[in-house]
Design a binder for this molecule. Structure first.
Ligand SMILES: *Cc1c(COP(=O)(O)O)cnc(C)c1O
Length: 231
């Protein structure tokens, strides 16, 4: 029998406690923050252990890997969030397996997801990924492109535009982490001032989720702090 981190139990209490404390420090209700357990490279049994410990929301980056795990865990009432880069030849799989897509970086991808979402499922909840800090290698819409992209995505019948997501470069300094997250919050406020009703801010990972919660994160996406290092 294998022993070690592969089949050890998952204990999310430490992370949940840090989320709750960060929320209260910001004068927020901890229930406003959803913990998404990011399971990329983790086998389905690790996710099952996390679900047994009370986690309900899971994030995945790779469509095919995710589909296998979603099938293996189909007996559990879980909410699945797609958070990876999405190519147009994988939209059909994502449109019909996931509940949320956080990483919409082109209107064309959103259009395909809406066309391909099954009429038997509820609308797909989506966020626009924003390149708050421009980086050549990273996906995301430029802030200037947001109003037009948001209008196009909000008009799609099988999607519901919920908010904005960002994946900033690693930054150790909490004040600098917060500046990026504050910018995403301002961008959401600017859109809402134009008539959108966006409630979600998907921001914060293992290294910076407390700063993200201080700036209003509603969804934190946490992998290594929960599951340990990825192989
Ligand atoms: C991997 C990943 C995460 C989780 O990162 P950790 O640092 O392991 O918490 C969150 N969001 C996205 C988009 C990711 O790809």
């Amino acid at each position: 029998m294998l022993i070690g981190p592969q089949n050890s139990e998952i204990d999310p209490r430490g992370i949940l406690d840090r989320i709750a404390r960060a929320a209260r420090r910001a004068g927020r209700d901890p229930a406003e923050v959803t913990l998404i357990a990011v399971g990329k490279t983790q086998p389905a049994e690790r996710l099952r252990a996390a679900a047994a410990a009370g986690i309900t929301d899971f994030g995945e980056n790779y469509p095919q890997e995710a589909a296998t795990k979603i099938d293996l865990l189909a007996d559990l009432p879980l909410c699945w969030h797609f958070i990876g880069r999405l190519q147009s030849n994988k939209t059909r799989l994502v449109a019909n397996r996931f509940d949320w897509v956080h990483s919409i970086d082109r209107v064309e991808i959103a259009r395909r997801l809406s066309d391909q979402r099954s009429p038997h499922r509820p609308t797909l909840e989506v966020c626009l990924q924003v390149a708050v800090v421009p980086e050549p290698s990273k996906a995301g819409l430029e802030p200037e492109a947001l109003p037009e992209a948001a209008a196009a995505v909000a008009a799609l019948p099988r999607l519901r535009l919920r908010g904005l997501m960002c994946l900033p470069p690693f930054e150790r300094e909490p004040a600098r982490q917060r500046a990026v997250f504050a910018r995403l919050r301002e961008l959401r406020e600017e859109l809402n001032a134009r008539g959108f009703a966006l409630d979600a801010l998907s921001m914060g990972m293992s290294a910076d989720f407390e700063a993200a919660i201080a700036e209003g994160a509603t969804h934190v996406r946490i992998g290594t702090a929960l599951f340990g290092d990825r192989r």
